[in-house]
Design a binder for this molecule. Structure first.
Ligand code: EAX
Length: 355
């Protein structure tokens, strides 16, 4: 055997040895390298219906507690998407301000770091004037009135104005009619909130409305509210019954006045970047599911509204039922101030849809 042949043989030996080591005994004729040990984790081994393509996980962020219909509705929406896209999309939810305040979440949706959210329209005022009209006090007389407006042409027109902002509105879900809680005393007339420090959302119309009745409106992110109420940084706040309940405000607020002064719609928003990446068929699925889940989410809010006055009373809150007409009159000057920005025609059009 020549030196050269020996050299070739030893090279071949090294090669064979390397191959055997890399493929872990080879033998099964696989073209792929053997799986790394981590890939054999138990949850991967027995799944029969794992989607063939890689699943796209969407982040859905909200600020209230996980039990609130915002988050529960997003879970339902995610299930619909998963089923209707054969597992291509799945939604993972982040309730309880885990991904930030509503303003920060909206910014995240705009940048595409968050895919979905359900938020109040109030903080959206910082992004577009389109939603302002919904923040006027007593603009909606009841829920059917709000639904007629928001689920029809006017609602579509509002969403259309988001064009170019990086945010797309899919459907108006619901937060609900807002009521005032406080730790000072029972509220019946607007005079009863004179000088009271009341947390509002970061929205000029909301703040103006509370200034009109002589209160001291203090804007603050929702995630900071419980502690602020507990420590007495603010005397009160205003929110729909489901939020008051799931946030355990009865632990830090003795009085609840059923003023129903603002109706808070809660649009389901999707990141524009994600929307643009969808096929036409997927867009149709995302849109229809948003409407279908809307009915379920609004139903959850209604069920809670039906039982929560009694429940909150049982938790120790003293409940008052103010004369709404007096509050409406006291807050009315806000309309004149904002009429030009919002459009007198739009306001009138909505008011005419009350019956
Ligand atoms: O949108 O900030 C608020 O008071 C809102 O009602 C709540 O976070 C849900």
């Amino acid at each position: 055997m020549s030196k050269k042949t020996l050299k070739i043989l030893s090279l071949l030996l090294v090669l064979v040895f390397t191959l055997v080591t890399v493929t872990g005994c080879g033998g099964n004729g696989a073209e792929e390298p053997a799986p790394a040990p981590e890939a054999e984790a138990p949850e991967e081994s027995g799944e029969a219906e794992a989607p063939s393509e890689e699943q796209i996980v969407l982040k859905g962020a909200t600020t209230p507690d996980a039990s609130h219909p915002y988050n529960q509705g997003l879970i339902v929406y995610g299930e619909m998407l998963e089923e209707r896209t054969n597992g291509k999309f799945r939604v993972e939810t982040y309730p309880d301000s885990q991904l930030g305040s509503e303003r920060e979440i909206i910014e995240g949706v705009q940048m595409g770091t968050i895919d979905l959210t359900v938020v109040s329209t109030a903080p959206l005022a910082g992004f577009s004037d389109a939603f302002l009209v919904t923040d006027l006090p007593f603009i909606f007389v009841d829920k059917p009135h709000a639904y007629r407006v928001l689920d029809g042409e006017i609602g579509e027109g509002i969403f259309a104005q988001l064009e170019g902002t990086g945010i797309k509105g899919l459907a108006f879900w619901e937060n609900g009619f807002r009521n005032i809680t406080n730790s000072k005393g029972p509220i019946l007339t607007p005079e009863d909130v004179q000088g009271m420090k009341i947390r509002t959302m970061e929205n000029q119309i909301h703040m103006d409305s509370f200034r009109q009745v002589g209160a001291d409106p203090t804007p603050m992110a929702f995630g900071e509210l419980f502690t602020a109420l507990q420590q007495g940084t603010v005397d009160g706040q205003e929110n729909p019954l489901p939020i008051i309940s799931v946030s355990r405000f009865s632990e830090v607020q003795d009085h609840l006045a059923l003023t129903g002064h603002f109706y808070a719609p809660a649009p389901l928003l999707i990141s524009g970047a994600l929307w643009d990446s969808l096929t036409d068929e997927e867009k149709e699925i995302f849109q229809q599911a948003a409407y279908d889940a809307r009915e379920i989410e609004r139903g959850m809010i209604q069920d809670m509204d039906d039982r929560l006055v009694e429940e909150l009373e049982a938790e120790g809150m003293e409940i008052t039922r103010p004369d709404k007409a007096a509050w409406q009159e006291a807050m009315a000057p806000v309309y004149e101030k904002w009429e030009e920005t919002i459009g007198a025609d739009l306001i009138q059009q909505i008011q005419e849809m009350a019956e």
